[in-house]
Write a protein that binds this ligand. Structure first.
Ligand code: PLP
Length: 376
């Protein structure tokens, strides 16, 4: 079915044809295990190391700081758990609107008694209250991990990673930043960014699923999260996802090369939909710092409740419009998003996240707005 409109690019993006082409040899002829010493192994080892160098160059990190993983969830689990178990963090500070990869990992470490957990306050527009973050850090005497999203995957708010990094430095805290929604969408210069861990997943920027990175700053030494073989310099055991790694690097390279053009185009789509919704749907609300410090890919909208809007996502789906109510893992059931509940506890709307990519068009927005008018 190719008449579908896909506005859920924060959940995942399509695989770019050029990325697939770059991956194909490693799905076919170049099948060697990178740990094998003969030529089949050497060619895949070279592909993995070239991918690592390319990724490091784009992010301005050292190749030894880049570890390939299965994606954002594994990377955050590794970083947060290591901060507690290996780096001596006895306290964790996070926010109530993190991705479940962070939220459930910090809750688990809290439940097992390995570290205490504090939640930083939010400002009315969903940004992290940085004064409160400083107050918390000043009041905690134990070594602390601060783990915060760079960009919120539901409402799009962007954290000032440099400011938070400096605050963490002042209090000697470890800083993990979930950058899954920003790597491949914004330029990074990790040599100039005071952060210990960042994460990424290839499928958020037209790369393959099931592959990502964990950046570990060279000053930090942790133990592996997954035990086994000596892959990834003893840090992440298991035969490498060679075609995924090659695809990740290619997708990141393409996203970086086309950043100016694509980000401008997608930002225009977001603004166009924002304007159309205001013009066409009375009572519409927007969530987060929508036209301020916010992802250009995400527009989170609160629709006034009506009989039909109860089934809004379902009604959009039967009209071939793919959107979600929150992060991908909650969208099916649409039980309500923990992010919207935390930022807008008193609001009674149906929230929908529209998230765009280079493949979307204004014509698609017109169709979706028309359908929304009918439904609401
Ligand atoms: C902000 C954020 N963090 C982490 C993840 C998890 O990434 P993955 O599903 O690739 O493990 C996602 C993906 O939904 C995300 O949006």
């Amino acid at each position: 079915m190719n008449n579908r409109i896909y506005f859920d690019n924060a959940a995942t993006t399509s695989l770019d044809k050029e990325v697939l082409d770059a991956m194909m040899p490693y799905l076919t002829t170049h099948f060697g295990n990178p740990s094998s010493i003969y030529s089949y192994g050497r060619e895949t080892r070279l592909a993995v190391e070239n991918a690592r160098k390319a990724v490091a160059k784009i992010l301005n990190a050292h190749p030894a700081e880049i570890f390939f993983t299965s994606g954002g969830t594994e990377s955050s689990n590794t970083a947060i758990t290591a901060a507690v178990r290996d780096l001596g963090c006895k306290h964790m500070i996070t926010s109530p609107i993190e991705h479940h990869a962070t939220m459930h990992t910090t809750e688990h470490l809290h439940d097992t008694g390995e570290a205490k957990l504090s939640l930083v306050k939010l400002l009315p527009n969903g940004h992290v209250d940085l004064e409160n973050l400083e107050e918390l850090l000043a009041s905690i005497t134990e070594k602390t991990l601060v783990t915060l999203l760079h960009a919120n995957n539901e409402i799009g708010n962007i954290l000032d990673i440099h400011v938070v990094g400096e605050i963490c430095k002042k209090y000697n805290a470890i800083f993990h930043c979930d950058t899954v929604q920003t790597v491949g969408h914004y330029p990074f210069n990790l040599k100039e960014t005071p952060v210990h861990f960042i994460t990424s997943a290839g499928h958020k920027f037209h790369g393959p699923k099931g592959v990502g990175i964990l950046y570990i700053n060279e000053d930090v030494k942790i133990k592996p999260f997954i035990n086994g073989g000596s892959q990834e310099r003893n840090m992440r055991a298991g035969t490498e996802n060679v075609y995924g790694i090659v695809g990740f690097a290619k997708a990141l390279q393409m996203a970086t090369d086309n950043y100016e053009k694509e980000s401008t185009y997608i930002q225009e789509l977001k603004k166009y939909m924002y304007d159309q919704l205001i013009a066409e749907i009375p009572g519409v609300r927007f969530h987060g710092d929508v036209l301020g410090n916010s992802l250009y890919t995400v527009l989170n909208v609160g629709f006034p409740k009506s009989e039909k809007s109860d089934m809004l996502l379902f009604n959009l789906d039967i009209n071939n419009i793919c959107v979600s109510g929150g992060s991908a893992c909650t969208s099916g059931a649409n039980q309500g998003s923990h992010v919207i509940k935390a930022v807008y506890p008193a609001e009674d709307t149906d929230s929908v996240r529209f998230s765009f990519s280079k493949e979307n068009t204004k014509e698609e927005i017109d169709i979706v707005v028309e359908k929304l008018k009918e439904i609401i």
